[in-house]
Design a protein around this ligand. Structure first.
Ligand SMILES: NC(=O)c1ccc[n+]([C@@H]2O[C@H](COP(=O)([O-])OP(=O)(O)OC[C@H]3O[C@@H](n4cnc5c(N)ncnc54)[C@H](O)[C@@H]3O)[C@@H](O)[C@H]2O)c1
Length: 439
């Protein structure tokens, strides 16, 4: 099949390359010329394990190309995916849908014949119906455009696997006359042949599935972090508690890692947009608990700042090393990163902060150019009076505590993710602190 993927960021570049990997002919479209030039050369402009190989293979096979030209996109295919950003609006909790709207405005007037647009971006409920109306108004005489919603659940760091072998495929369609299901069955023929669950819904359910999934995950993380606050006060151990409740199948251990909390380009903005939209549709009280989920999450960042001050006495002029800048391991994405937020706050509070991340350094420098960035883990640790493990990269989890002890000035570490083997670190002479347990 021929298809375009409009918006080639984390979601779109992955989707475009993986659709080509499934055998389709794909044209990726973006307004960012530099991104398109880089992708066309076979270079992924962000870190995603496995994606460079898929990109290169499919460019070489001639199944994948990139452009900034909407006319080329309109002429190339009758199936178009939208993967542009839907960030938080400035000064509001709501999602900014102007980029998805711009795609319809730029693409639809150029279309001829019958076209299907499948939205993958995470949008407030009601967006697809509004876009359908806009498309109907803009479609040239004799052209018909259907909008369907096909939310994306990929996880950065596992994006290729999640796109090629998804847990489930959700498709929201407008009604009986929809052509979307038949097209989606062809697009996703390979995963569907492997019994991937395929759930066809109305448009509003599909839109809500995605934000509900993220709201649930955020709530689970904040639940354990709220319990962690109590653990800290009474001297209980949140990691043992999480293990114990996680053995219950109904609860499960995943997403019960107490620590510095969630961040990134999705969870924080998605729960806020969900709250905002619930208010707009008149369900004001339904999601007010998400405000608390957000607040618990933000308090964990503050707790690490407070703990650093307690441990060091004062932050002024102290050399603090923050290990991690990406919002999670196996990604270079620093959007709303808890690690960078902590590094930035410590720096503003007078500490001399040095940051190291295996992949997120370039992006971090753009957001916080004033921080000091180390060239390696060794360089980061040298001379530190306090080390904070803020993102749970394997390189940090498997670090040798004896080796690290030989580099730092003060053997004091805050394990912001509860991932280090405590006994080994303590026997190497380290004073260890963690969130939700006293060590
Ligand atoms: N990143 C993830 O893990 C993930 C997972 C699931 C869903 N999502 C959702 O997918 C969407 C995109 O997220 P992302 O992380 O890929 O964002 P991103 O910022 O990495 O990418 C967005 C891309 O869209 C491009 N763009 C903006 N306006 C455009 C236009 N008019 N025409 C063509 N391109 C345009 C930008 O240049 C950019 O390359 C969001 O709604 C997000 O919530 C993301």
């Amino acid at each position: 099949m021929r298809m375009t993927v409009i918006g080639t960021g984390y979601l779109g570049a992955t989707h475009a390359a993986c659709m080509a990997e499934l055998g389709h002919e794909v044209l990726g479209v973006d307004v960012d010329q530099r991104k398109i030039d880089s992708l066309q050369k076979g270079e992924v402009p962000f870190y995603e394990p496995g994606l460079p190989e898929v990109l290169e293979r499919n460019l070489e096979a001639g199944r994948l190309a990139f452009t900034t030209d909407y006319q080329e996109a309109a002429d190339f295919a009758n199936v178009h995916f939208i993967g542009v950003g839907t960030p938080q609006q400035r000064g509001s909790y709501a999602a900014d849908t102007r980029y998805v709207e711009a795609v319809i405005e730029d693409l639809v007037p150029k279309l001829k014949g019958e076209h299907l647009i499948l939205g993958k971006s995470t949008v407030p409920v009601g967006t697809a119906a509004a876009l359908q109306q806009k498309a109907d108004e803009l479609a040239p005489e004799g052209t018909s455009v259907e909008i369907a919603w096909n939310p994306e659940f990929l996880r950065e760091g596992y994006a290729v696997k999640d796109t090629i072998t998804p847990d489930r495929i959700v498709l929201g369609v407008r009604g009986e006359d929809s052509a979307a299901e038949a097209v989606a069955r062809e697009v996703y023929a390979t995963p569907l042949s492997n019994d991937t669950p395929f759930i066809v819904t109305d448009l509003q359910t599909a839109e809500l599935v995605k934000v509900s999934a993220n709201a649930f995950l955020a709530t689970k993380i904040s639940f354990i972090n709220a319990v962690s606050e109590v653990c800290e006060i009474v001297g209980a151990d949140v990691t043992q508690l999480a293990d114990a409740i996680g053995h219950d199948d109904r609860i499960g251990r995943k997403f019960l890692g107490a620590g510095l909390g969630f961040g990134g380009g999705c969870l924080p903005k998605d729960i806020r947009a969900f709250m905002a939209r619930a208010g707009e549709v008149g369900a004001d009280q339904a999601l007010t608990f998400l405000r608390e989920v957000d607040a618990i999450n933000m308090r964990r960042r503050q707790r690490v700042i407070d703990l650093s001050r307690e441990v060091l006495g004062s932050l002024i002029g102290k050399r603090v090393t923050v290990l991690g800048a990406a919002f999670k391991p196996n990604s270079d994405d620093v959007r709303d990163s808890p690690a960078l937020a902590v590094a930035g706050q410590l720096s503003l509070a007078g500490a001399s902060v040095r940051v190291y991340d295996p992949q997120g350094m370039d992006n971090a420098r753009k957001v916080f150019p004033t921080l000091d960035y180390a060239s390696s883990l060794e360089d980061a640790l040298r001379g530190a009076e306090l080390v904070i493990l803020a993102t749970e990269w394997d390189e940090f989890k498997t670090m040798d505590p004896e080796w690290a002890a030989g580099l730092v000035e003060g053997k004091v570490l805050i394990d912001g993710r509860n991932v280090l083997p405590v006994a080994a670190w303590q026997s190497a002479g380290w004073e260890l602190h963690a969130l939700g347990r006293s060590l």
